[in-house]
Design a protein around this ligand. Structure first.
Ligand SMILES: [Zn+2]
Length: 411
């Protein structure tokens, strides 16, 4: 279970890994949204003021706020997070399209079950999100991008702003994104919940100097057609940890790797968050993942608890050493003990040789010690899974309270 970060670097170089990582992170949203080719996604990169235009589009089927073929500016939908062992995000067909949803059924079953795992139920509860077109007036004013964001991180703020403007019926902003003259949005972004991402806390409408021109308007796509809707059976399989349907194109590459495939040659840089967590789990590593950790923090933590493949400084392995422990220094010996969960206590007055001796004794005492608390073979219990991973997907707030008073208005 060694981590061959250095070897990997030598073989593939950083470009390859970075490219893989970038591509895989793009696929992250791929189970919820399918972006048209060439369309980029938008995200807020720092706290502070951002100025964006929201670009209207011609509505397709199923939009809860606007009729097909009218002009409107967003698509609201609901997702379930933390689905199955891969903790996938999926669109909820029940709350989004009024179709049966096995995950909602499970949530309602858990609500009635006094023994159900509350954390698990909370993680699975549907969460409101929206997708819209924006252009960043400062950074990239010629490009229309897709913004996929939770209600709590943006929808709430714009609903409050629209509601406040509506107090004045003569001059409300329900037509803010109209082609001409319209308004752009001045958004105040703050660091999000538990340091994750950026949340828009305040929206102001600023009159545009000129209306949206055709170059911009024509970049808009039908947001209602971007949602990836899995079938009932696919969702059921995901929920119970057996993955999406066989042959489903929606399966993310790399998710179905067996532990054997991963241990041989581990490329941490190429793993996304889900895969990193999977790796920790499979190798029973002593690494806790918290919401405020970046993916790189997780990689560092894995590297820290993993035995280095080659000693730092390129020293050759001492030939003819009595056994592997002679080659390890004090720190490495302690790491070895920790990694193999040996019953060895290291005291200050022990020499390195004392430690080696203690390890040999502990190793000789029996076979490989079974790590404690290991999952039984097969699927991990879902409750255990939720307990073991303190992190919720992407660290955004859970199902935010609905506020009927700030309901988005139709045009
Ligand atoms: Zn659902």
């Amino acid at each position: 279970m060694s981590v061959r970060t250095r070897k990997q670097e030598r073989r593939g170089g950083v470009t390859e890994g970075t490219q893989r990582r970038r591509e895989q992170s793009q696929q992250m949203g791929g189970d919820i949204l399918k972006l048209p080719e060439g369309m980029e996604s938008f995200s807020i990169e720092s706290a502070g003021v951002i100025r964006i235009d929201v670009i209207p589009y011609k509505v397709g089927p199923g939009n809860p706020y606007a009729a097909p073929d009218t002009q409107y500016w967003e698509r609201t939908f609901f997702i379930h997070r933390g689905v199955g062992v891969n903790e996938q995000w999926v669109v909820c067909p029940a709350k989004t399209l009024k179709k049966p949803c096995p995950i909602c059924e499970e949530v309602s079953r858990m609500d009635k079950d006094p023994n159900a795992d509350d954390e698990m139920a909370k993680a699975l509860a549907p969460s409101r999100r929206m997708v819209l077109h924006v252009r960043d007036l400062k950074k990239d004013p010629d490009k229309v991008k897709i913004w996929h964001i939770s209600h709590a991180y943006f929808g709430k703020a714009i609903d409050e702003a629209l509601q406040a403007e509506y107090e004045d019926k003569e001059n409300n902003k329900d037509n803010f994104c109209a082609e001409s003259p319209g308004y752009y949005l001045k958004c105040q972004a703050e660091t999000g919940w538990q340091g994750h991402g950026f949340s828009v806390e305040r929206v102001d409408f600023v009159p545009r100097k000129e209306g949206l021109d055709q170059d911009i308007l024509s970049q808009a796509v039908c947001l209602d057609k971007l949602l990836v809707i899995h079938t009932y059976d696919e969702l059921k399989r995901m929920l119970h940890g057996t993955g999406p349907a066989e042959g489903s194109k929606k399966t993310k590459t790399g998710k179905d790797q067996t532990p054997a495939e991963e241990t041989a040659d581990t490329d941490l840089a190429g793993m996304d968050r889900t895969e990193l967590k999977q790796y920790i789990k499979e190798n029973n590593l002593d690494v806790k993942v918290f919401k405020n950790m970046s993916d790189d923090d997780i990689r560092d933590a894995i590297t820290a608890v993993s035995e280095p493949e080659e000693p730092e400084g390129e020293e050759p392995e001492p030939e003819g050493a009595a056994d592997e422990f002679d080659a390890l220094d004090r720190t490495e010996l302690k790491e070895y003990i920790k990694e193999n969960k040996l019953e060895v206590k290291v005291f200050k007055n022990m020499s390195d040789d004392d430690i080696r001796e203690a390890i040999r004794t502990a190793e000789g005492a029996g076979e490989e010690p079974e790590p404690e608390g290991e999952e039984p073979a097969g699927e991990p219990g879902e409750g255990d899974w939720a307990k073991e991973w303190p992190e919720e997907a992407e660290g955004e707030p859970e199902a935010e309270p609905e506020k009927p008073a700030t309901r988005r208005r139709k045009k």
